[in-house]
Design a protein around this ligand. Structure first.
Ligand code: JHZ
Length: 407
């Protein structure tokens, strides 16, 4: 029986989406012809909840040697809305946590394009990224090429001092060794410092039936309830919560060292809301799994009907989420002949497992398909505005979150 990665209590498995490839394993057509292509590996994608600390997590571990993937093809600021979100986050930290600090120092864990740190650095804050890939898209952002652990944090503190702010976006939910991470945070954070992180919110996943938020890179799906327990286990306290609209609904959590600051009202309110919704209740989770199955049936039925009536369909954005949808629904080039995506590293390759050819965005209009399956539904407003000529030409979007509909 799978057990909680944090406290060892048995997990209650409430969702099993079957066997999936890794979401960033895009083979070339030549590689795909070989038996050992990067997308040949499969793991079981199932989610469980810890009956003690309420932490939702994937039940199965992916062997360490399968990660990290060479040529990781994700850029956090590939969306203009996300770029602005990260600039606004930087300004928010400057306004709320950094004013009046002497020689302020901020760290981001897993910075990819580095927009938050760049914004802080432009305002005179000393910055450092903990980024094991060594990559940062922002000029002048200094990188400590390591995961955050007690040892790597001590090294950084010896050279730089302690940080008043540690920030992470879409990173904590991926971290294999959370005890090691929190030990690192304990070393790195100034006594009155804060750790601010944002990740997909399990409450939104349930509320929107957004089952495609489950994939290999996200081991944990947090709630206020589970983050409070997690923080307390490692000597911290959840003191603040904000709801974010990006990526289909996220929460931004603020943690301080235990005993330093009281929680704000939003924390108590969300804890009460989660209890009222029954987000840990097996019956509520079973109903969610039932809705997920319904979406699968409706989506496959719609795509089969479109194919039978001679309509053309293309996928829009080869997201990590799309890997979950194609594997779980059994979609491939027969029902979705190609997918357009703006990431150069994905273009000319095939989607993981489903092996749908990925084309550059220019192929979308040449000619437009009758229907476009929107795999980046979290960026719907931005994409629909950018592609308004598609609808004007009679094209229709297929959405599957929160349910299957043509718009
Ligand atoms: P997007 C990734 O998930 C993986 P994905 C990761 N683990 C994570 O946590 C989340 O991001 C936050 C394409 N696209 O942001 C580009 C277009 O083609 O929903 C990318 O391939 N045109 C780090 O992959 C993909 O979508 C566009 O106009 O599910 C990114 O999708 C836009 C806006 C995106 O994340």
């Amino acid at each position: 029986m799978p057990t909680c990665r944090i406290c060892g209590t048995p997990l209650h498995t409430f969702l099993d989406l079957g066997h999936h490839p890794l979401s960033s394993a895009f083979p070339t057509p030549a590689e795909a012809r070989r038996g050992d292509a990067c997308d040949a590996f499969r793991y079981r994608l199932a989610a469980g909840i810890c009956e003690r600390c309420a932490l939702v997590q994937l039940t199965d571990d992916i062997p360490h040697e399968r990660r990290p993937y060479p040529g990781y093809p994700y850029h956090s600021s590939g969306s203009s809305v996300m770029r602005e979100h990260f600039r606004a986050t930087g300004r928010h930290l400057l306004r709320t946590e950094l004013p009046g600090r002497h020689a302020p120092f901020a760290v981001e864990v897993g910075c990819t394009d580095g927009v938050v740190l760049r914004t802080l650095a432009d305002a005179g804050v000393r910055t450092l990224a903990f980024e094991p890939s060594g990559y940062t898209g922002a000029e002048g952002v200094r990188v400590h090429r390591a995961f955050l652990t007690a040892a790597s944090a001590r090294e950084a503190v010896a050279a730089e001092g302690r940080a008043q702010v540690v920030y992470a976006a879409n990173t904590v939910c991926d971290i294999a060794d959370l005890p090691g991470f929190f030990a690192g945070l304990g070393e790195l954070l100034a006594p009155d410092g804060v750790f601010v992180f944002e990740d997909p919110y399990f409450g939104e996943i349930v509320g929107r039936t957004a089952f495609d938020q489950f994939y290999d890179e996200h081991r944990y799906y947090f709630t206020a309830t589970s983050v409070r327990a997690l923080a307390e286990r490692f000597g911290f306290r959840l003191i603040g919560i904000e709801r974010l609209s990006v990526h289909g609904g996220q929460l931004r959590y603020t943690l301080a060292r235990a005993g330093r600051r009281p929680p704000n009202r939003a924390v108590a309110e969300l804890l009460a809301e989660e209890a009222a919704r029954g987000l840990t209740d097996p019956a509520v989770l079973a109903a969610f799994a039932g809705r997920v199955d319904g979406v699968r049936k409706d989506l496959v039925a719609l795509l089969e009907e479109l194919r039978a009536t001679g309509r053309t369909v293309a996928g829009y954005a080869a997201t990590a989420k799309s890997c979950t949808v194609t594997a779980y629904c059994g979609l491939g080039p027969r029902l979705v002949p190609y997918v357009c995506d703006s990431t150069p590293a994905k273009q000319g390759r095939l989607t993981p497992g489903a092996r749908i050819p990925v084309r550059a965005p220019g192929a979308f209009a040449a000619p437009y398909p009758d229907y476009a399956l929107l795999f980046a539904w979290n960026h719907a407003a931005e994409i629909m505005a950018k592609e308004r000529a598609f609808r004007a030409a009679g094209g229709r979007w297929i959405r599957y979150v929160p349910d299957v509909r043509v718009v």
